[in-house]
Design a protein around this ligand. Structure first.
Ligand code: URA
Length: 437
């Protein structure tokens, strides 16, 4: 079977068998299929799509390109959460310790920010000393002893996805439902979970701009999970504006600490509570979602989630004192307000542009090899539906030396200001679950 023939078959609209997909992925990992051939294949999938069986075949091939972590010796139902990526989406930081504090183990393998989206690993690394590249033996031990560990994709976890994702990122083949679904699910199924909650983002700051596409992506992932015997619940949530008020790595840690201290912006709290409630139900700790909400809210109010995060930070080499003294987080040398060009009401936000503004300041990366500056980002002062007067700040940039003018222009142009008020978009759009979940 030549890679050339498989690419051509896909290009011409044919379907590949599981064996053919497996052979292609195996060849890509061992180097006998070249980057340019895999890029051509990804582009053929982008235009032709994949059948359900092909997506299963691709997911299985990527999952088994590495090891599937065995967490059988950790008591309880292990549940993770994954977001398809957005702007200001720091939910994993308060969520994982809150769920662990409520008694459900959370094995969490996260990603880095790429393009306009932020990544949990970059945020965690802005906590001085925090290590995300722990060996799997430490990962297993911490999930067992602390109920949570927050690491990056190691070389053992779905290496084919790691290689393919980097290739897709530079060949304009990221925003493709079968490729996203198989990428996310191969990693999640490898990390040792029993069940999974997916936060599928929809809107101007998400990969999926349209609700129908997001629902198709969610359904594809729920079915992939069910096919592997895992319960998966997907929530479609709005990314029509940044989540919370702060965007940027250390800034998002700061906002997460507010949530873990019983405060924080309403949308960040609501999303943490809702996704956490779903996880507690899947983890068989809560009777139903209402009971789950009450338990997560209590853990945020009574300090138990914050205490758990402190233990996780310490175990992963970080300085837990940031939790009580946020001045220990890296801070940008200066701030710069971006004024509204006119008076009116915010009617829409180009959330992707807000994410790009943060990236231009150094908070994100254009290429996977770029370093990020943990100090920079934006504070967002106006949300959809809010009134603003001419000259009042829409956002405040937290800047170092890079990209200030370009970021200011992007941030200003991201806000559409109209004459009349509009309703704020709903945060929760749809729930998609398989079988018994
Ligand atoms: N996140 C992933 O892990 N993979 C994708 O393809 C897109 C988002």
């Amino acid at each position: 079977m030549r890679a050339y023939d498989l690419i051509k078959h896909k290009r011409d609209g044919g379907a590949l068998t599981s064996e053919q997909v497996r052979a292609l992925v195996a060849g890509y990992v061992d180097g006998s299929v070249a980057d340019y051939q895999m890029a051509a294949f990804a582009m053929a999938v982008f235009f032709r799509g994949m059948s359900g069986d092909e997506v299963v075949g691709l997911t299985q091939a990527m999952l088994h390109s590495g090891i599937v972590v065995d967490l059988a010796d950790v008591p309880g139902v292990k549940v993770d959460k994954h977001s398809t990526g957005g702007v200001g989406d720091k939910i994993s930081l308060p969520l994982a310790p809150a769920v662990a504090a409520c008694g459900v183990p959370v094995p969490m393998v996260s990603g880095r920010g790429l393009g306009h989206t932020g990544g949990t690993l970059d945020k965690l690394e802005s906590i001085p000393g925090f290590k995300v590249d722990l060996p799997l033996t430490d990962y297993r031990r911490l999930v067992r002893d602390l109920g949570c560990c927050l690491i990056g994709q190691t070389k053992e976890i779905a290496p084919a996805d790691k290689k393919l994702y980097a290739l897709r990122d530079v060949t304009a083949t990221v925003d493709c439902i079968p490729l996203i679904a198989s990428s996310i699910m191969s990693k999640k199924l490898a990390e040792g979970i029993d069940a999974l909650v997916l936060d599928v983002k929809v809107g101007s700051g998400a990969f999926m701009k349209k609700r129908d596409d997001a629902a198709t992506l969610a359904r594809t992932m729920v079915e992939l999970g069910a096919g592997m015997g895992k319960q998966v619940v997907a929530r479609l949530t709005s990314m029509e504006q940044p989540l919370g008020a702060l965007v940027g790595n250390a800034l998002e840690v700061l906002e997460s600490i507010e949530v873990l201290s019983g405060g924080g912006p309403k949308d960040v709290v609501e999303l943490t509570v809702e996704l956490g409630a779903e996880m507690l139900v899947l983890g068989k700790v809560a009777r139903d979602v209402a009971d789950g909400r009450a338990r997560i809210s209590k853990s945020l109010q009574d300090g138990s989630a914050k205490e758990r995060f402190g233990r996780i930070i310490e175990a992963q080499g970080g300085d837990r004192r940031v939790l009580d003294d946020v001045r220990r987080l890296p801070t940008a040398p200066r701030t710069l307000p971006v004024p509204a060009p006119r008076a009116g009401y915010v009617t829409a936000v180009d959330t992707e542009a807000v994410g790009i503004a943060s990236m231009l300041l150094g908070g994100g990366r254009q290429r996977a090899s770029d370093a990020v500056d943990p100090r920079v980002g934006l504070a967002v002062h106006r949300r959809i539906g809010d009134r603003v007067e001419a000259g009042e700040p829409l956002v405040t940039l937290h800047v170092a030396d890079a990209g200030v003018d370009a970021a200011a222009a992007r941030a200003r142009d991201a806000f559409v200001i109209g004459d009349g008020p509009v309703p704020a978009p709903a945060l929760f759009l749809e729930r998609i679950a398989g079988g018994t979940a």
